[in-house]
Design a protein around this ligand. Structure first.
Ligand code: ATP
Ligand code: MG
Length: 163
């Protein structure tokens, strides 16, 4: 979802770009399915930079234009967690519903890879900004509703064992 044309460019600075390639492939798959980009940033193609090829994504921002902070940041102190407790709870429920409804698969969700934009009166939401898609050897979950639902509803078991 492009709110204000704020974009960010991601370049690989360490290691190889296998992960980026895998993620882009999954993004193409989601584009074909025409999903809503409400809780994952939309991918806008690549640009060449002085640090190599960069991938362009929506930048998730607070209502004042500041870059949204991570869920890890809000969970790091009791004070911040309490200040946003009800909204965070609502946003977590919405994120789960969104991922299930759109059958979006992520690697293990980590609070540092989720941002919580402060959006004022608008319904609170969380946005998964990294580790989208699936690193299984044969990612059958990406192509099959039954396995996708099994994988995204989790159940505490190893996701790989369910797939
Ligand atoms: N689309 C985005 N909108 C707003 N902030 C973002 C976005 N993408 C990344 N960030 C911020 O940049 C940080 C690092 O981004 P990302 O997770 O993609 O890179 P990384 O190399 O995997 O870093 P890390 O190892 O910290 O996870 C995130 O934790 C988040 O704070
Ligand atoms: Mg990350």
């Amino acid at each position: 979802m492009l709110q204000n044309n704020a974009l960010c460019v991601k370049v690989v600075v360490a290691g190889n770009d296998d992960e980026t390639r895998r993620e882009k492939k999954y993004y193409r798959h989601l584009e074909k399915r025409n999903i809503s980009w409400e809780m994952i940033p939309e991918y806008h193609g690549d640009v060449e930079t002085n640090l190599g090829t960069g991938s362009v994504f929506d930048l998730i921002v607070d209502h004042d234009g500041a870059v949204a902070k991570t869920l890890e940041y809000y969970l790091a102190s009791n004070e911040k967690t309490e200040a946003h407790g009800a909204e965070l709870k609502q946003a977590l429920v919405s994120l789960k519903e969104y991922l299930l409804a759109h059958r979006i698969i992520t690697m293990t969700l980590k609070p540092k890879n989720i941002v919580y934009p402060l959006v004022g009166a608008v319904e609170p939401r969380l946005v998964v900004i990294d580790n989208i898609g699936n690193s299984d050897f044969i990612p059958v979950c990406n192509y099959n509703d039954f396995f996708a639902r099994k994988k995204s509803s989790g159940n505490g078991k190893s996701l790989k064992n369910q797939c």
